[in-house]
Design a protein around this ligand. Structure first.
Ligand SMILES: NC(=O)c1ccc[n+]([C@@H]2O[C@H](COP(=O)([O-])OP(=O)(O)OC[C@H]3O[C@@H](n4cnc5c(N)ncnc54)[C@H](OP(=O)(O)O)[C@@H]3O)[C@@H](O)[C@H]2O)c1
Length: 239
Protein backbone atom coordinates (compact mmCIF):
# COMPACT_ATOMS: atom_id res chain seq x y z
CA UNK A 1 0.00 0.00 0.00
CA UNK A 2 1.21 3.53 -0.80
CA UNK A 3 2.68 5.57 2.08
CA UNK A 4 0.44 8.14 3.74
CA UNK A 5 0.65 11.36 1.76
CA UNK A 6 0.91 14.91 3.09
CA UNK A 7 0.47 18.16 1.12
CA UNK A 8 2.26 21.18 2.59
CA UNK A 9 1.77 24.73 1.34
CA UNK A 10 4.68 27.02 2.13
CA UNK A 11 6.74 23.81 2.07
CA UNK A 12 9.90 25.38 0.62
CA UNK A 13 10.97 27.36 3.68
CA UNK A 14 10.64 27.97 7.40
CA UNK A 15 8.10 25.86 9.27
CA UNK A 16 6.79 24.20 6.10
CA UNK A 17 10.27 22.92 5.24
CA UNK A 18 10.87 21.58 8.78
CA UNK A 19 7.44 19.93 8.81
CA UNK A 20 8.25 18.27 5.47
CA UNK A 21 11.57 16.92 6.79
CA UNK A 22 9.96 15.63 9.97
CA UNK A 23 6.98 14.01 8.22
CA UNK A 24 9.21 12.40 5.58
CA UNK A 25 11.43 10.97 8.34
CA UNK A 26 8.26 9.53 9.92
CA UNK A 27 7.41 7.73 6.67
CA UNK A 28 4.97 10.15 5.02
CA UNK A 29 5.29 10.89 1.29
CA UNK A 30 5.23 14.68 1.01
CA UNK A 31 4.12 17.10 -1.70
CA UNK A 32 5.40 20.66 -1.36
CA UNK A 33 3.80 23.80 -2.74
CA UNK A 34 4.99 27.40 -2.89
CA UNK A 35 5.86 29.91 -5.60
CA UNK A 36 9.68 29.50 -5.58
CA UNK A 37 10.43 26.30 -7.46
CA UNK A 38 14.14 26.32 -6.47
CA UNK A 39 13.21 26.33 -2.77
CA UNK A 40 10.82 23.40 -3.25
CA UNK A 41 13.38 21.47 -5.32
CA UNK A 42 15.97 21.98 -2.57
CA UNK A 43 13.70 20.41 0.07
CA UNK A 44 12.71 17.58 -2.29
CA UNK A 45 16.42 16.85 -2.90
CA UNK A 46 17.18 16.82 0.86
CA UNK A 47 14.31 14.39 1.54
CA UNK A 48 15.05 12.03 -1.35
CA UNK A 49 18.77 12.01 -0.40
CA UNK A 50 17.79 10.63 3.00
CA UNK A 51 15.58 7.93 1.47
CA UNK A 52 12.21 9.70 1.72
CA UNK A 53 9.56 10.44 -0.90
CA UNK A 54 8.85 14.03 -1.93
CA UNK A 55 7.50 15.88 -4.93
CA UNK A 56 7.28 19.59 -5.75
CA UNK A 57 3.98 21.12 -6.85
CA UNK A 58 4.90 24.76 -7.47
CA UNK A 59 1.97 27.17 -7.40
CA UNK A 60 0.60 30.42 -6.12
CA UNK A 61 -2.01 29.42 -3.55
CA UNK A 62 -4.17 32.38 -4.66
CA UNK A 63 -4.58 30.75 -8.10
CA UNK A 64 -7.67 28.53 -7.76
CA UNK A 65 -7.10 26.61 -11.02
CA UNK A 66 -3.49 25.88 -10.06
CA UNK A 67 -4.63 24.58 -6.66
CA UNK A 68 -7.19 22.21 -8.22
CA UNK A 69 -4.65 21.02 -10.80
CA UNK A 70 -1.96 20.45 -8.14
CA UNK A 71 -4.36 18.35 -6.08
CA UNK A 72 -5.05 16.18 -9.14
CA UNK A 73 -1.33 15.77 -9.79
CA UNK A 74 -0.73 14.85 -6.17
CA UNK A 75 -3.35 12.10 -6.39
CA UNK A 76 -1.84 10.82 -9.66
CA UNK A 77 1.68 10.72 -8.26
CA UNK A 78 1.17 9.72 -4.62
CA UNK A 79 -2.12 7.82 -4.91
CA UNK A 80 -3.82 9.24 -1.81
CA UNK A 81 -4.03 12.30 0.44
CA UNK A 82 -4.07 11.79 4.21
CA UNK A 83 -2.86 15.10 5.53
CA UNK A 84 -2.68 18.77 4.77
CA UNK A 85 -0.48 21.43 6.34
CA UNK A 86 -1.41 24.99 5.37
CA UNK A 87 1.65 27.11 6.10
CA UNK A 88 1.63 29.60 3.19
CA UNK A 89 1.17 33.04 4.72
CA UNK A 90 1.75 36.73 4.16
CA UNK A 91 2.11 39.95 6.15
CA UNK A 92 3.50 43.40 5.28
CA UNK A 93 5.52 46.04 7.13
CA UNK A 94 2.80 48.68 6.68
CA UNK A 95 0.14 47.12 8.84
CA UNK A 96 -1.64 49.90 10.74
CA UNK A 97 -4.86 51.63 9.63
CA UNK A 98 -2.82 54.82 9.21
CA UNK A 99 -0.32 53.42 6.72
CA UNK A 100 -1.68 50.19 5.20
CA UNK A 101 -2.16 49.95 1.43
CA UNK A 102 -5.58 48.53 0.62
CA UNK A 103 -4.16 46.39 -2.21
CA UNK A 104 -1.78 44.83 0.32
CA UNK A 105 -4.66 44.23 2.74
CA UNK A 106 -6.44 42.30 -0.02
CA UNK A 107 -3.39 40.18 -0.83
CA UNK A 108 -2.83 39.27 2.83
CA UNK A 109 -6.46 38.20 3.24
CA UNK A 110 -6.31 36.40 -0.13
CA UNK A 111 -3.24 34.42 1.00
CA UNK A 112 -3.99 33.76 4.67
CA UNK A 113 -7.74 33.18 4.49
CA UNK A 114 -9.10 32.72 0.96
CA UNK A 115 -6.24 30.56 -0.33
CA UNK A 116 -6.21 28.45 2.83
CA UNK A 117 -9.91 27.79 2.26
CA UNK A 118 -9.25 27.05 -1.42
CA UNK A 119 -6.66 24.35 -0.66
CA UNK A 120 -8.85 22.81 2.06
CA UNK A 121 -11.82 22.80 -0.30
CA UNK A 122 -9.85 21.13 -3.11
CA UNK A 123 -8.43 18.49 -0.76
CA UNK A 124 -11.60 17.71 1.19
CA UNK A 125 -12.99 14.82 -0.92
CA UNK A 126 -9.66 12.99 -0.63
CA UNK A 127 -9.27 13.81 3.05
CA UNK A 128 -12.71 12.28 3.58
CA UNK A 129 -11.67 9.13 1.73
CA UNK A 130 -8.57 8.84 3.93
CA UNK A 131 -10.17 10.01 7.21
CA UNK A 132 -7.43 12.60 7.04
CA UNK A 133 -6.18 15.51 9.08
CA UNK A 134 -5.52 19.18 8.29
CA UNK A 135 -3.17 21.44 10.25
CA UNK A 136 -3.89 25.11 9.66
CA UNK A 137 -0.85 27.19 10.60
CA UNK A 138 -2.48 30.28 12.05
CA UNK A 139 -0.70 32.52 14.55
CA UNK A 140 -0.57 33.67 18.14
CA UNK A 141 -2.43 36.65 16.63
CA UNK A 142 -5.14 34.22 15.52
CA UNK A 143 -5.55 33.05 19.11
CA UNK A 144 -5.33 36.28 21.08
CA UNK A 145 -5.12 39.91 20.04
CA UNK A 146 -1.58 41.05 19.21
CA UNK A 147 -1.42 44.83 18.71
CA UNK A 148 1.64 44.68 16.43
CA UNK A 149 0.44 41.95 14.08
CA UNK A 150 -1.44 44.24 11.71
CA UNK A 151 -5.00 44.88 10.55
CA UNK A 152 -5.08 42.37 7.70
CA UNK A 153 -2.93 39.74 9.39
CA UNK A 154 -4.93 39.76 12.64
CA UNK A 155 -8.27 39.68 10.85
CA UNK A 156 -7.27 36.91 8.43
CA UNK A 157 -5.55 34.69 11.02
CA UNK A 158 -8.39 35.10 13.54
CA UNK A 159 -10.80 33.91 10.86
CA UNK A 160 -8.87 30.64 10.59
CA UNK A 161 -10.20 29.65 14.02
CA UNK A 162 -13.75 29.75 12.64
CA UNK A 163 -12.69 27.93 9.50
CA UNK A 164 -11.28 25.07 11.58
CA UNK A 165 -14.28 24.95 13.92
CA UNK A 166 -16.82 24.76 11.09
CA UNK A 167 -14.74 22.09 9.37
CA UNK A 168 -14.55 20.03 12.54
CA UNK A 169 -18.23 20.46 13.27
CA UNK A 170 -19.40 19.56 9.76
CA UNK A 171 -16.81 17.01 8.64
CA UNK A 172 -16.44 14.85 11.76
CA UNK A 173 -19.05 12.50 10.30
CA UNK A 174 -16.64 11.88 7.40
CA UNK A 175 -13.67 11.31 9.71
CA UNK A 176 -11.91 14.58 8.83
CA UNK A 177 -10.11 16.45 11.64
CA UNK A 178 -8.50 19.87 11.66
CA UNK A 179 -6.18 21.72 14.05
CA UNK A 180 -5.90 25.48 14.47
CA UNK A 181 -2.19 25.73 15.26
CA UNK A 182 -1.10 29.08 16.70
CA UNK A 183 2.64 29.63 16.88
CA UNK A 184 4.20 32.51 18.79
CA UNK A 185 7.41 34.05 17.42
CA UNK A 186 9.40 31.65 15.25
CA UNK A 187 12.84 32.52 13.84
CA UNK A 188 12.16 32.31 10.09
CA UNK A 189 12.35 34.61 7.05
CA UNK A 190 8.77 35.67 7.84
CA UNK A 191 10.21 38.16 10.36
CA UNK A 192 11.60 40.28 7.50
CA UNK A 193 7.99 41.40 6.92
CA UNK A 194 7.96 43.23 10.28
CA UNK A 195 8.32 47.02 10.39
CA UNK A 196 11.34 46.50 12.70
CA UNK A 197 13.13 43.29 11.74
CA UNK A 198 14.32 41.39 14.87
CA UNK A 199 18.10 41.05 15.28
CA UNK A 200 20.04 37.89 16.10
CA UNK A 201 19.64 38.38 19.86
CA UNK A 202 15.85 38.68 19.54
CA UNK A 203 15.70 35.65 17.26
CA UNK A 204 17.77 33.55 19.67
CA UNK A 205 14.90 33.45 22.20
CA UNK A 206 12.23 32.59 19.63
CA UNK A 207 10.94 29.15 18.67
CA UNK A 208 12.70 27.30 15.87
CA UNK A 209 10.85 25.83 12.88
CA UNK A 210 11.74 22.41 14.32
CA UNK A 211 9.78 23.21 17.50
CA UNK A 212 6.67 23.70 15.36
CA UNK A 213 7.43 20.61 13.26
CA UNK A 214 7.45 18.52 16.45
CA UNK A 215 4.00 19.83 17.41
CA UNK A 216 2.63 19.25 13.90
CA UNK A 217 4.01 15.71 13.83
CA UNK A 218 2.10 14.97 17.04
CA UNK A 219 -1.13 16.09 15.35
CA UNK A 220 -0.41 14.20 12.11
CA UNK A 221 0.39 10.95 13.88
CA UNK A 222 -2.55 11.02 16.31
CA UNK A 223 -4.92 8.06 15.84
CA UNK A 224 -7.90 8.67 13.53
CA UNK A 225 -10.33 9.06 16.45
CA UNK A 226 -8.23 11.83 18.05
CA UNK A 227 -8.78 15.47 17.14
CA UNK A 228 -6.46 18.24 18.33
CA UNK A 229 -8.75 21.25 17.90
CA UNK A 230 -6.28 23.97 18.75
CA UNK A 231 -2.62 24.17 19.75
CA UNK A 232 -0.87 27.32 20.96
CA UNK A 233 2.91 26.97 20.98
CA UNK A 234 5.01 29.91 22.10
CA UNK A 235 8.50 30.68 23.35
CA UNK A 236 8.51 31.35 27.08
CA UNK A 237 9.54 34.93 26.29
CA UNK A 238 6.29 35.58 24.33
CA UNK A 239 4.34 38.61 25.50
N1 LIG B 1 7.56 33.24 11.87
C1 LIG B 1 6.67 33.57 12.78
O1 LIG B 1 6.99 34.21 13.81
C2 LIG B 1 5.24 33.13 12.63
C3 LIG B 1 4.44 33.14 13.78
C4 LIG B 1 3.12 32.71 13.69
C5 LIG B 1 2.62 32.25 12.49
N2 LIG B 1 3.42 32.26 11.38
C6 LIG B 1 2.84 31.71 10.15
O2 LIG B 1 3.58 30.56 9.80
C7 LIG B 1 3.42 30.29 8.40
C8 LIG B 1 4.78 29.90 7.82
O3 LIG B 1 5.66 31.00 7.93
P1 LIG B 1 7.20 30.85 8.29
O4 LIG B 1 7.41 31.58 9.57
O5 LIG B 1 7.63 29.44 8.16
O6 LIG B 1 7.88 31.80 7.18
P2 LIG B 1 8.33 31.58 5.67
O7 LIG B 1 9.52 30.73 5.60
O8 LIG B 1 8.42 32.95 5.09
O9 LIG B 1 7.10 30.78 5.04
C9 LIG B 1 6.03 31.36 4.35
C10 LIG B 1 5.76 30.44 3.17
O10 LIG B 1 4.57 30.84 2.51
C11 LIG B 1 4.76 30.67 1.13
N3 LIG B 1 3.84 31.55 0.41
C12 LIG B 1 3.59 32.86 0.66
N4 LIG B 1 2.72 33.34 -0.25
C13 LIG B 1 2.42 32.30 -1.08
C14 LIG B 1 1.60 32.18 -2.22
N5 LIG B 1 0.88 33.21 -2.70
N6 LIG B 1 1.54 30.98 -2.86
C15 LIG B 1 2.25 29.93 -2.38
N7 LIG B 1 3.04 29.98 -1.30
C16 LIG B 1 3.13 31.16 -0.66
C17 LIG B 1 6.22 31.06 0.89
O11 LIG B 1 6.74 30.45 -0.28
P3 LIG B 1 7.00 31.27 -1.66
O12 LIG B 1 7.49 32.65 -1.27
O13 LIG B 1 8.02 30.46 -2.38
O14 LIG B 1 5.68 31.29 -2.36
C18 LIG B 1 6.89 30.50 2.13
O15 LIG B 1 7.38 29.19 1.91
C19 LIG B 1 2.79 31.56 7.82
O16 LIG B 1 1.44 31.28 7.55
C20 LIG B 1 2.90 32.59 8.93
O17 LIG B 1 1.81 33.50 8.90
C21 LIG B 1 4.71 32.69 11.43
Amino acid sequence: MAARALWITGGGSGMGRSIAMSAAAAGWAVALSGRRRDQLDGVVAEITASGGTAIALPLDVRDREAVVEAERRLLDELGRLDGLVLAAGLNAPRRRWADQEFAEFEQIVATNLVATTSVLDAALPDLRAAHGVAVVISSYAGWTFQPGAGVAYSASKTALASLVRTLNQQEAEHGVRACHLCPGDVATDFLTQRPAVPDAAARSVMLTPEDIARAVQFVLDAPAHVRVDELVVSPISQT
